[in-house]
Design a protein around this ligand. Structure first.
Ligand code: OGA
Ligand code: MN
Length: 369
């Protein structure tokens, strides 16, 4: 029996109708996998899931990632659940401007999940448990659609290229001290292919994200411009699907070819609790690169990030959590540095990703350092 579907956007995405994900037989499951490869984003409405049920459905697609414990993860959830919530373990709304919300605000930059891991994620499944009455949408854009619109020259330029993705870099853009050294050490910069092919159907897409910060063999400034251009091309308003959440929605997407981001909402007023499971990818997308390096963010990089987040988080939320005078030199948050009249951060001179002036090791400490 063919699945009953409805398009989410003219270019990608499908709502799957009449399926209860806790009761899917093998034949239907095979159709869901085919729909996933074809449409890249699947919406299942009316699924009020426990974490165990969400994990059980997600595991049918492959082994799950275990979340790296961060400042905002709640020890009560199972390790396979990424808990994106503006409420604390006691169920209270986390106050406006709190670092835990700021950490989640990184999800408001266009990204693809776990591209900062050696083996990036295949799929994510996000379950709306408590949703705000306005704002807090999630948006998707397809790098497969965008690839098909590139000139053959630009396609040829990207083929075979490798980008470096770094969680410390992308979170460092949001706030300088969001990633303690022990967490940063778990996520060193990794190489990722810039063009990926879905083995099920041969469809290609490019692969960039907020975490992408260097391209091997290209000067840093040039690489960051190209990465931004690719992000902007993919996320033009007419290419974006915006999902307005209802409680019980389960959205699954293909991290190999889709960008996504969360949208702001009135966090001090409305609760938003989303539980994500993440299906691990099948292997690395690029050969190991022991000397992967990441140049510090330039003023331009910070300004670009700030422009994306301006609407999302207020000025005071971007202030460093302690006065700069108490911090060692350079420990000021990048966001604060961007505003600071004194040039505390020199934009790096352009250099190749392989032969850095600054060793990568430095970036393995918190992005503020
Ligand atoms: C995610 C994510 C954004 C959102 O779950 O991976 O980026 O809208 N979510 O919560
Ligand atoms: Mn995400």
């Amino acid at each position: 029996m063919a699945l009953n579907t409805r398009p989410l956007h003219p270019l990608f995405g499908a709502e799957i109708l009449g399926v209860d994900v806790t009761r899917v037989d093998d034949a239907t499951f095979a159709e869901i996998v085919a729909a996933f490869n074809e449409h890249s984003v699947l919406l299942f409405r009316g699924q009020s899931l426990t974490d165990e049920q969400q994990i059980a459905f997600s595991e049918r697609f492959g082994p799950l990632e275990v979340t790296i414990r961060s400042i905002n993860s709640q020890p009560r959830t199972l390790p396979q659940i990424a808990d994106l919530a503006n409420v604390d373990a006691e169920g209270q709304i986390i106050p406006k401007g709190d670092r835990r919300n700021l950490f989640n605000a990184g999800n408001q930059m266009w990204h693809t999940d776990s591209s900062f891991k050696r083996v990036p994620a295949l799929a994510s499944l996000l379950s709306g448990r408590e949703v705000p009455p306005q704002g807090g949408e999630t948006q998707w854009a397809s790098m497969r659609v965008a690839w098909a619109r590139l000139s053959p020259e630009l396609q040829a330029q990207l083929e075979g290229k490798v980008a470096i993705h770094s969680f410390a870099y992308s979170r460092g853009l949001v706030g300088g001290d969001l990633l303690p050294p022990e967490h940063a050490a778990q996520v060193p910069p990794v190489p990722q292919a810039m063009v990926r092919v879905n083995p099920a159907n041969g469809r290609k897409g490019y692969y960039v994200a907020s975490h992408a910060c260097e391209i091997v063999g290209m000067p840093t400034a040039e690489a960051r411009l190209l990465i931004r251009e690719l992000l902007e091309r993919a996320t033009r308003p007419d290419l974006v699907y915006t999902h307005r959440w209802r409680v019980g929605d389960l959205v699954m997407w293909d991290n190999r070819c889709m960008l996504h981001r969360g949208r702001p909402w009135d966090e001090s007023r409305y609760r938003r609790v989303m539980h994500r499971t993440t299906v691990a990818g099948e292997g690395p997308t690029a050969p190991h690169l022991p000397d992967a390096v990441v140049c510090p963010a330039s003023e331009d990089d910070l300004a670009w990030c700030r422009a994306q987040l301006e609407m999302a988080i207020g000025e005071e939320a971007l202030e460093p959590s302690r006065p700069a005078s108490e911090s060692p030199e350079g420990a000021q948050s990048p966001a604060a540095a961007a505003r600071s009249p004194r040039p505390s951060r020199r934009p790096p001179a352009p250099q190749s990703a392989r032969r850095p002036a600054r060793p990568a090791r430095r970036r393995a400490s918190p992005p503020s350092a």
